[in-house]
Ligand binder design. Structure first.
Ligand code: IPM
Ligand code: MN
Length: 356
């Protein structure tokens, strides 16, 4: 089959890690006889530098016209004082909105081999395997009014019934395919937007009697995640809470460099966006030490959700697991005995694909 994949390396280590993921996808294509056509475009700080905007029209159009989008990371300290419309992060938010991807799936799975890389005690963290479903197109990230003047800065956290319903549905469906347990996380003791959130989730639960539903407050969830991470299967939460909780969940598994994400929408032909959850880490860019696994695992999710190539996705994930099991790791994975570079890690993963 023929597929068009838009690649947006972005800034910093985004360039290093997408390179490895693209070569992995090429290896998969060759092995299974697919034809993947990759097209790279500017996005983030590099787009600001070259054409003056963080998300050029041409990039958004190309992304919308492809089967899936693979993104590295965006941002850098040189843009920190830019006005909002000229920030790399604004380009990322516009891309998410432009693709209509309202559900961001962030799995946090502990590879048994990396148990000593986790900051938690092995007996607490062993068996951690959870999925955060983060709402991606609403809440404080997009709510109006927003602004800042000399005296005040303000944002609006707002949700409508359909916005909650569509992301909750994704979460219920995901729970159904996993251990059938869903935690809806909110701050309903304080926030009205959370009260509506909870009401909608409760109503929808009637359609999913096979899924065990729990509600929790975000502050308590932040605590439970480090005390009893194995209590969780699927977590569904609003945009900002999901941003924070997913960073927390990621370090439980050893390194933020490991974790992938898939941003998907409701329509059958929606273009999915796949990116690691880490940032652009400009301090280590180009040094060959960035962990490419978060992006390679995102490429596996791309195969699964956008291209519907489950066998291929699984082989790529098996290759990651096997390579970690053999003791290889980039410097962020301190407990791994065999230290390798970004490219060596990619090569090892590709070698496994070639031989399995
Ligand atoms: C993430 C990032 C982004 C977010 C930034 C870069 C806009 O932190 O993908 O989690 O806050 O959503
Ligand atoms: Mn984040």
């Amino acid at each position: 089959m023929n597929y068009k994949i838009t690649v947006l390396p972005g800034d910093g280590i985004g360039v290093d890690v997408t390179r490895e993921a693209v070569v992995c996808l090429q290896t998969i294509a060759t092995k299974f006889g697919h034809d993947f056509v990759f097209e790279s475009h500017l996005m983030g700080g590099c787009a600001l530098d070259k054409v003056g905007v963080p998300l050029p029209d041409e990039t958004l159009k190309a992304a919308q016209a492809s089967d899936a989008v693979l993104l590295g990371a965006v941002g850098g300290p040189q843009y920190d004082n830019n006005p909002p419309r000229l920030k790399p992060e604004t380009g990322l938010l516009a891309l998410r909105a432009g693709l209509g991807v309202f559900a961001n799936l962030r799995p946090a799975f502990l590879h048994e081999t990396l148990i000593d890389a986790s900051p938690l005690k092995p007996e607490i963290v062993r068996g951690t395997d959870l999925l955060i479903v983060r709402e991606l197109m609403g809440g404080a990230y997009f709510g109006q009014p927003r602004g800042v003047d000399d005296e005040r800065g303000w944002n609006t956290m707002a949700y409508t019934v359909p916005e909650v319903e569509r992301v909750a549905r994704v979460a219920f469906e995901a729970a159904r395919l996993r251990r059938k347990k869903l935690h809806s996380i909110d701050k309903a003791n304080v926030l009205e937007s959370s009260q509506l959130w909870r009401k909608v989730v409760v109503r929808l639960a009637a359609e999913y009697p096979d899924v065990e539903l729990h509600h929790g407050y975000v502050d308590a969830c932040a605590m439970q995640l480090v005390m009893r991470p194995t209590d969780y299967d699927v977590i569904v939460t609003e945009n900002l809470f999901g941003d924070i909780l997913s960073d927390e969940a990621s370090v439980l598994t050893g390194s933020i460099g490991l974790l992938p994400s898939a941003s998907i929408g409701g329509k059958a032909n929606a273009v999915g966006l796949y990116e690691p959850i880490h940032g652009s880490a400009p301090d280590i860019a180009g040094k060959g030490i960035a962990n490419p696994i978060g992006t390679i695992a995102s490429a596996a999710l791309l195969l699964r959700y956008s291209l519907k190539l489950e066998k291929e996705a699984r082989l790529l994930e098996d290759a990651i697991t096997a390579t970690l099991k053999s003791g290889y790791g980039t410097p962020d994975l301190k407990s791994q005995p065999n230290r390798v570079t970004t490219t060596q890690m990619g090569d090892l993963i590709r070698k496994y694909i070639g031989t399995h």
